[in-house]
Design a protein around this ligand. Structure first.
Ligand SMILES: NC(=O)c1ccc[n+]([C@@H]2O[C@H](COP(=O)([O-])OP(=O)(O)OC[C@H]3O[C@@H](n4cnc5c(N)ncnc54)[C@H](OP(=O)(O)O)[C@@H]3O)[C@@H](O)[C@H]2O)c1
Length: 384
C-alpha cells in the first residue's frame, strides 16, 4: 500500500462534506484529511478538525468577534477567501474536494489547480460561472477535474468505455424533484417546506430547491458542457424517478452505458477520491434479489422553465450562464426566506437574463462584475 492521499475538503460542514468524511473515515488507510473549510460555522468545523486531527482550518466568512479558541491547540486558522486560497496553496495535498456551496470556491480552486492538485468537484456553480477559466487552467497545468456530482461522475465512469470520437450524446437523468407530479396550476402556492422535501436525495437547502425547479439540472447541463467538452446539443435530460441510474452515455453504434448505485453521494465521492482504484463501499449497493423498477420518462414541455432558461444561457454563451446562476441564487434565497413564490424564481431569472447584457468575458474580474450586477438587479425585482 502506497502513501495515503492527502485531502483538503472545502465545505466540510455541509451535506457533501458529511458524506466525504464518512468515505475518508472508512478508507483511513488510503485517505488522510489535511485541511477543512466552511463558510462561517466554526464549532462543527472545530469538531471535525479534532476528530480527524486536522491542523489547517479555514472559514470563507468568519463572523465578527469569532472566538477561534474553540479550535484544537496548534491549529493554523485561515480567514476569508484570501485565507482559504492561502490554505489550498500552502498545505501539501493531493486532492482538493470542492464541496462548498456558491461561488466562493472559485479563487481557491484556481489556486489549487496552479499548485497541481487534483480537483474532485462537487460544486457546479464555479463551472457555470467561469467554466472556460477553470477548464483552461486545468488543461494548462495538466490537472485532472474529477466530477463528484453523481450525474457527471457516472458519465466520467461511462466515458472510459469508448473512444471520444464514438460519443453521440450524454443522457443526464433527473428525478423530477419534489413537484414532478404536482399539477402545474398548484405550483404557484407551494411552500419552501414542500419544496425541501426531495423524494430521493438528502441534500443542502439550495440544491434541493434547485431540484424542485430543475434549475439544478440546468446547472448540470452547463457543468457537463465544460467537464466533457461537448456541444449543448449533445446533452439530453431524461426523467428517472428512482435516481438509481445516475446518467448514461450513448455511443454512435447505439450502445448506451449507464452507472447505477443507490441514491447516496458516498458512491461518487469515493470513486473520485480513490480514482483510479476501487475499494469496498461505505454502504451496501443495489440488491437485485429484491424487486426493483427503473422508469424513464421524457420531460413534460412547459413544466421546467428554469431548465429551459439554463439551456438558453448555455447556447448564448459568454456571461449568460453566470447571469442565470446569480439570478437563480438570489431568487432561491428569497423563496426560502418566504419573500417570493415558487413561480417567481424563473420569472426573476428571465428578467435578469433580459436586462443584463451578456458578453464574452476577457477576464475573470469581468465575469465577477456581471455576477454582482445581476445580484443587485435581481434583488431589486422582489424588493420593489
Ligand atoms: N448535496 C448533494 O447531494 C450534492 C450533490 C451534487 C452536488 N452538490 C453540490 O455540492 C455543493 C455543496 O452542496 P451541499 O448540499 O453539501 O450544501 P450544504 O449542505 O448547504 O453545505 C454547504 C457547505 O458550504 C459552506 N457554504 C455555504 N454557503 C456558502 C457560501 N456562500 N460560500 C462558501 N461556503 C458556503 C457551508 O459552510 P457553513 O456550514 O459554515 O454554512 C457548508 O460547509 C453545492 O455546490 C452543490 O451544488 C451537492
Amino acid at each position: 500500500m502506497g502513501a495515503r492521499k492527502k485531502i483538503i475538503l472545502l465545505g466540510a460542514t455541509g451535506s457533501i462534506g458529511a458524506s466525504a468524511l464518512r468515505v475518508i473515515e472508512r478508507h483511513s488507510d488510503r485517505l488522510e484529511l489535511v485541511g477543512v473549510v466552511a463558510k462561517s460555522r466554526l464549532a462543527p468545523l472545530a469538531e471535525i478538525a479534532r476528530k480527524f486531527s486536522v491542523r489547517d482550518v479555514g472559514l470563507y466568512e468568519p463572523p465578527a468577534g469569532l472566538d477561534s479558541g474553540v479550535l484544537p491547540a496548534a491549529t493554523h486558522f485561515y480567514r476569508g477567501i484570501d485565507g482559504v486560497t492561502d490554505l489550498v496553496s500552502s498545505v501539501p495535498a493531493d486532492i482538493v474536494l470542492v464541496a462548498s456551496a456558491g461561488t466562493a470556491a472559485l479563487r481557491p480552486t484556481l489556486a489549487a489547480i496552479e499548485r497541481g492538485h487534483t480537483i474532485a468537484l462537487a460544486n457546479k456553480e464555479i463551472l457555470v460561472l467561469a467554466g472556460r477559466f477553470v477548464t483552461d487552467a486545468a488543461r494548462r497545468r495538466g490537472v485532472r477535474l474529477i466530477p463528484v456530482d453523481s450525474e457527471h461522475n457516472a458519465i466520467f465512469q461511462c466515458l472510459d468505455a469508448g473512444a471520444r470520437s464514438g460519443l453521440r450524446r450524454l443522457l443526464l437523468t433527473a428525478s423530477g424533484g419534489a413537484f414532478r407530479d404536482t399539477p402545474l396550476e398548484a405550483l404557484r402556492d407551494v411552500t419552501p417546506d414542500q419544496a425541501l422535501d426531495h423524494p430521493n436525495w438528502s441534500m443542502g437547502p439550495k440544491i434541493t430547491i434547485d431540484s424542485a425547479t430543475m434549475a439544478n439540472k440546468g446547472l448540470e447541463v452547463i457543468e457537463a458542457r465544460w467537464l466533457f467538452d461537448v456541444n449543448p446539443g449533445q446533452i439530453d435530460v431524461v426523467i428517472h424517478p428512482q435516481s438509481v441510474v445516475h446518467s448514461m452515455v450513448e455511443y454512435v453504434d447505439g450502445s448506451i452505458l449507464a452507472q447505477l448505485s443507490p441514491p447516496l453521494m458516498t458512491f461518487a465521492i469515493q470513486h473520485a477520491l480513490l480514482h483510479p482504484d476501487r475499494a469496498d463501499g461505505v454502504v451496501p449497493t443495489l440488491d437485485f434479489s429484491q424487486m426493483m423498477r427503473l422508469d424513464f420518462f421524457p420531460l413534460e414541455p412547459g413544466r421546467y422553465p428554469c431548465l429551459d432558461l439554463a439551456r438558453e444561457a448555455l447556447c448564448a454563451g459568454g456571461t449568460a450562464p453566470a447571469i442565470f446562476n446569480a439570478a437563480n441564487e438570489v431568487a432561491v434565497e428569497a423563496f426560502l426566506g418566504g419573500r417570493i413564490g415558487f413561480l417567481e424564481i424563473p420569472a426573476i431569472i428571465r428578467k435578469s437574463m433580459d436586462s443584463v447584457t451578456s458578453r464574452e468575458p476577457g477576464s475573470l474580474e469581468e465575469v465577477l462584475g456581471v455576477e454582482s450586477e445581476t445580484r443587485r438587479l435581481a434583488t431589486q425585482y422582489f424588493s420593489s
